[in-house]
Design a protein around this ligand. Structure first.
Ligand code: TRP
Length: 331
């Protein structure tokens, strides 16, 4: 069975875009592959979070992924810092990652531009740690968005370089997992791009939002003055609302509002009310599970320990072999 690895950023609450865009795929994948999903708390140290914030974010992400349907009995869900072998492999990989290529990475350049006062070595070697995350389980499939393509290419480079340096065929090449066939783009409520892309709470509906917050956000979504000719094309902000309906509402509801739009009889208030109610219905069970799991410390401890144990077993096997290859041998 092929191995899948994906790292989850330990910042921020999950929104409907994360849910329909990525998590539903994780949930499907866990039945078909040997999946490792981890919370990337080592990566998050580049921005120097306080210990309390760091811990709180890790907990929140763990809780929300479990609530959204990741099954800790099927997939291995773990916290990166629980598996010290990752840090060890990162050290070895740093020996064949070159300054020039790290400096040329677009995500590094973006971060230097955004935070010129905090250009630390961890930021520079972020792609090396990410490569270690993937190579430690010898994964071949990595379900990530387009923005991670360059990082994946670097992971292949570092793995191949290791193979060449030691004249072994040890690390397989990891590739972005392409589930584009059923990849849905979830727009935000501000009439612009993807949910969660722009700043501000109002653009995104979070899985943890209570019904009244969801209703308020949806009612404030950007619309236009309404169609003036029959069957006219929908402007972006209106198409966004229809795209959201497509995801959370029934086919009849979608057809109903589409027909009204085409006859120039649509009332956006009605559409938004329906959209809000369907979002409430979609989010409610997840939100209930978020609350239950967040208050169940023994369960969280059990899940974290189980994940750490399973990930550790896989990582230890790799690191023992890597040590042997490198020449760290027992006397
Ligand atoms: N860099 C990824 C992101 O920003 C997170 C990540 C870290 C990751 N390590 C990984 C993703 C390993 C896949 C595999 O989203």
């Amino acid at each position: 069975m092929e191995t899948v690895v994906s790292g989850i950023r330990s910042t921020g609450k999950l929104h409907l875009g994360n849910y329909y865009g990525a998590i539903q795929n994780f949930v499907k994948m866990q039945h078909e592959y040997n999946c490792y999903f981890f919370i990337a708390d080592l990566h998050s140290l580049t921005t120097h979070p306080t210990p309390a914030d760091l811990h709180g974010n890790v907990k929140q992400v763990l809780v929300e992924y479990l609530a959204a349907g990741i099954d800790p009995e099927k997939a291995t869900i773990y916290i990166q810092s629980d598996v010290p072998e990752i840090a060890e492999l990162y050290l070895y990989m740093n020996m064949n990652a070159y300054l020039g290529e790290l400096e040329r990475s677009t995500s590094f350049k973006d971060k230097v531009r955004a935070h010129p006062d905090n250009v630390n070595a961890g930021l520079l070697t972020y792609p090396v740690l990410m490569a270690a995350d993937i190579l430690i389980h010898k994964a071949t499939k990595v379900p990530v968005g387009k923005d991670q393509e360059q990082h994946l290419e670097m992971a292949r480079t570092f793995g191949n370089r290791f193979n060449r340096l030691y004249n072994v065929d040890y690390f397989p090449e990891p590739y972005a997992f392409n589930f584009s066939a059923n990849l849905v783009k979830i727009p935000g409520l501000d009439g612009k791009g993807k949910m969660g892309k722009s700043e501000g709470e109002a653009n995104a509906v979070y899985l943890s939002d209570p019904p009244e917050v969801i209703r308020k956000k949806v009612m404030r979504a950007v619309t236009d003055g309404g169609p003036t000719t029959e069957n006219q094309e929908k402007p972006a902000e209106i198409q966004n609302l229809f795209d959201l309906l497509k995801v959370v509402s029934s086919a009849e509801t979608l057809q109903h509002f589409d027909a009204l739009y085409n006859k120039c009889q649509i009332r956006y208030g009605d559409l938004k009310k329906q959209l809000a109610e369907d979002m409430v219905i979609a989010a409610a069970p997840i939100r209930e599970r978020i609350e239950a799991i967040a208050n169940d410390a023994p369960y969280l401890r059990k899940v974290a320990n189980l994940g750490a144990e399973k990930a550790h077993q896989s990582a230890l096997k790799t690191i023992k072999e890597v040590r042997e290859i490198v020449g760290f041998r027992k006397f």
